[in-house]
Design a protein around this ligand. Structure first.
Ligand SMILES: *Cc1c(COP(=O)(O)O)cnc(C)c1O
Length: 353
């Protein structure tokens, strides 16, 4: 607390990102980063952009990047927005679309940044409980609300909602924005981008951080009707017109030009996920059905917090959430096969089998 803080600053409860420790080299399975490097074409493009033009401001409209993303999904450029990571776009969307006079709806177990943004913007919230199996109960998102936001697949549960349920959600909420946060959609889901021509209230948010190995570049997208994209641009241009720098723009465009690499690395992550899921189950854990680049696991008799600590002592970092309903679970990002072999070996010791 400081006397220099505004009442808003004093009221905030900021997001706590997964740790990025510097004390020793860990096997890092705690922030859902991609274990594979970005495409070499991305690195080349960034190097080529590191030139004297850095004295100039970047393109505030992100035109080249927006065209690349629009072409990728077969959309007009007016239906695409680019931002400094999807977190920034989510922050803009909260300001642009959610009505403070009504409640914003999201699942009780979900991406913890939503609560933080709601507080920042003074929005009331209503948490809609997942069912016992951690499925999103779409039919409970239908009250007179100020907006809806759901990650698909959900985090940290990793479970996917099929498109027909997203469709039901949109049908039930025609008069407010429905934001689908698709940070993990490329690991086995079907994107709701294909629904935006039918639903002017649908905003789909994606990121290059997970499936394109570019968490360090900070690039995200939103796809939606022209009116929603214009709403995001109104907020962005009331905040910071240059959210994406020249290097990020160059690297992000190049990532769309290497589809083969993208497919190969996501397929590897998926194959490793399937193998690891079977292995942890054979060690006595249960796991949700993951369509993301992480698994969500729980042991029936060993406390998750203890497993977290024992893994840490063995140099393996995973994520533990000390919150109701999920405090016996661990979220484990999918690393390389070698990293996951080390995880399995450590879990085998800890589970004593
Ligand atoms: C990782 C993640 C994001 C943030 O992605 P950035 O583009 O790196 O900001 C957003 N939503 C969910 C659900 C995520 O897991």
């Amino acid at each position: 607390m400081s006397k220099f803080w505004s009442p808003l600053t004093a009221s905030l409860v900021p997001y706590v990102p997964g740790e990025q420790p510097k004390d020793k080299t860990y096997i890092k399975l705690n922030t859902n980063e991609n274990p594979y490097p970005p495409s070499p074409k991305v690195i080349d493009a960034i190097k080529a952009a590191a030139n004297a033009d850095l004295r100039l401001y970047p393109d505030p409209t992100c035109e080249g990047l927006i065209q690349a993303a629009a072409a990728y999904y077969g959309l007009p450029a007016q239906q695409v927005f680019a931002g400094n990571g999807s977190d920034e776009i989510l922050a803009f969307a909260f300001a642009a679309f959610f009505d403070p006079a009504k409640k914003l709806l999201f699942p009780d177990i979900t991406y913890s940044f939503y609560k933080v943004y709601a507080k920042l913007y003074g929005l009331q919230t209503e948490l809609i409980p997942l069912d016992e199996q951690f499925n999103v109960q779409v039919d409970r998102f239908h009250s007179d609300n100020g907006g809806v936001i759901i990650p698909n697949p959900n985090a940290p549960t990793a479970q996917l909602l099929p498109l027909d349920e997203i469709r039901a959600l949109l049908e039930n909420n025609p008069n407010q924005a429905v934001v689908i946060d698709e940070a993990y959609i490329d690991f086995g889901g079907e994107s709701a981008v294909q629904l935006i021509s039918e639903y002017p209230n649908l905003l789909v948010v994606q990121t290059l951080s997970k499936s394109r190995s570019l968490a360090g570049l900070r690039v995200g997208f939103a796809f939606g009707s022209e009116e929603l994209i214009e709403g995001l641009n109104r907020i962005k241009n009331s905040f910071n017109s240059y959210t994406l720098d020249r290097l990020a723009l160059a690297g992000a465009v190049a990532s769309f030009e290497d589809e083969a690499y993208f497919r190969e690395t996501t397929a590897k992550v998926i194959a490793t996920r399937e193998r690891v899921t079977e292995q942890v189950i054979s060690l006595g854990f249960k796991a949700t059905e993951s369509k993301a680049n992480f698994v969500f696991i729980s042991h029936p008799s060993i406390a998750a917090k203890g497993i977290f600590q024992q893994l840490r002592d063995r140099g393996v970092l995973v994520r533990y959430f000390d919150q109701p309903r999920i405090n016996e679970y661990l979220r484990v990002s999918i690393g390389t096969d070698e990293e996951m072999d080390a995880l399995i070996a450590a879990l085998r010791e800890i589970a004593g089998s």
